[in-house]
Design a protein around this ligand. Structure first.
Ligand SMILES: NC(=O)c1ccc[n+]([C@@H]2O[C@H](COP(=O)([O-])OP(=O)(O)OC[C@H]3O[C@@H](n4cnc5c(N)ncnc54)[C@H](OP(=O)(O)O)[C@@H]3O)[C@@H](O)[C@H]2O)c1
Length: 382
């Protein structure tokens, strides 16, 4: 699988980390061969929309890593990429220009080409019978579209199946990457003690803004070290050796759109319109994987030892919380990994009793925050 995106890969789940072997990912599993073949006659037919992008490339990686079965796969992008070739699981594919007819005969369409493309093309795919799993924000808050994190609210898509002949398909939305990473850690605690208020501060990587932003961070870093003026095309300000408020548009209430996604999507996913959420989203010059400081206030008491145990037992999470060695989650450690890492688990001193907790979460937002989450959703349809 190869198009133009420079993505650095290990594509493995973080192993469950015990307190005595926090850094040890078994070398056997680290270098396990990932040559797979999901091509199967009775598998669904797939389409990957935005296949040349950061998320699109990760879709292919995740499909392959998880042996996702498929009988055919269409590689779709813009006219700019049409006619180029890429190799996936040993076969060569031609990238096709995305048009409504691209979805004829497609069972599952994985979309990651931006909101305007989804708004225009996802209905065309649904009309032709496909189940669309959409990574953009276009349909997330549509009450008729389930917004799914498989570990958190799989029941919300229980009514959706692959098409029956002649019937329309369905839309399923993938939440925003920061929301997924946050709720992977907050939900097991919420289930136990009910979160009434959540304060999130994010440290977001370049990869969240796509392949071109990653290239810009690399270029700027070289330019600054060489004493040159940094090239600012994707972001308005210098990114290398700097940080700034998230580049999403700022709304009239002073929050930016990324922050409001955390607020609104949490309410929808938890089906709790009363939960209070506030967020501050910051871009940091990290290539890949987001970090988030999350402060939680609970309705019922929850002590930190119980919280740590709950988090250790939660699916898709790994606890990295070693106070003596000052070792906690980092974006580098989770890059190209499936699991979200959580640490800095401590009682919030500013809250009465055992009603407050601080945690620090890191997750690869191209993987669990986008492609992996979407493929897990698709797996529920099989
Ligand atoms: N990056 C993340 O961590 C992340 C996480 C969650 C969700 N998302 C969402 O996923 C989507 C893609 O993000 P990305 O980071 O992968 O962006 P990206 O690296 O910039 O890739 C964009 C992709 O969309 C394609 N595209 C653009 N315009 C198109 C058109 N008119 N018709 C068909 N294809 C078109 C591009 O194809 P060409 O190469 O042909 O231009 C490319 O394949 C966005 O909605 C983003 O919000 C991203």
């Amino acid at each position: 699988m190869q198009a133009s995106t420079p993505v650095y890969r290990h594509h493995l789940p973080l192993t469950r980390i015990s307190s005595s072997s926090c850094r040890r990912v078994s070398s056997a599993s680290r270098w396990r061969s990932t040559v797979r073949m999901g091509l199967k006659e009775d598998g669904p037919s797939l389409a990957v929309v935005g296949v040349t992008g950061a998320v699109g490339q990760e879709f292919l990686q995740v499909l392959s890593d998880r042996d996702f079965p498929y009988r055919s796969i269409r590689m779709l992008a813009s006219l700019r990429s049409a006619g180029r070739h890429l190799t996936f699981e040993g076969r060569e594919y031609e990238i096709e220009e995305l048009v409504p007819e691209s979805f004829a005969g497609v069972d599952i369409a994985l979309f990651s080409a931006g909101g305007s493309v989804s708004r225009e093309m996802a209905p065309a795919a649904v009309q032709r019978g496909a189940v669309v799993v959409d990574n953009s924000s276009a349909f997330r808050m549509d009450p008729n579209v389930p917004l799914i994190i498989p570990e958190v609210n799989p029941d919300a898509m229980a009514h959706i199946t692959l098409k029956k002949k002649g019937k329309e398909g369905w839309l399923i939305a993938n939440p925003n990457c920061s929301t997924i990473i946050c709720l992977m850690a907050a939900t097991p605690l919420h289930r136990h003690a009910k979160v009434v208020r959540m304060v999130v501060s994010t440290y977001q990587a370049a990869s969240g803004a796509g392949a071109a932003a990653m290239e810009e961070l690399e270029l700027q870093t070289r330019e600054v070290l060489d004493g040159k003026q940094p090239t600012c095309k994707i972001f308005k300000q210098q990114y290398a050796f700097n940080l700034f408020s998230h580049n999403a548009p700022v709304l009239s209430n002073g929050y930016n759109e990324e922050e409001m996604k955390l607020v609104k999507e949490t309410r929808k996913i938890w089906n709790d319109k009363d939960v209070k959420v506030t967020a501050t989203c910051i871009r940091v010059p990290v290539m890949r994987a987001h970090a988030e400081s999350v402060n939680l206030q609970f309705e019922r008491p929850l002590d930190e030892d119980t919280a740590r145990q709950i988090l250790k037992e939660a699916a898709g999470l790994v606890v990295v919380d070693y106070r003596a060695s000052n070792l906690f989650p980092t974006p580098l450690e989770v890059s190209n990994k499936d699991d979200v890492a959580v640490g800095r688990i401590r009682q919030d001193l500013s809250q009465e009793g055992n009603h407050g907790l601080e945690i620090f979460v890191c997750g690869d937002q191209i993987r669990k925050g986008a492609a992996l989450n979407a493929v897990q959703i698709a797996e529920k349809l099989l």
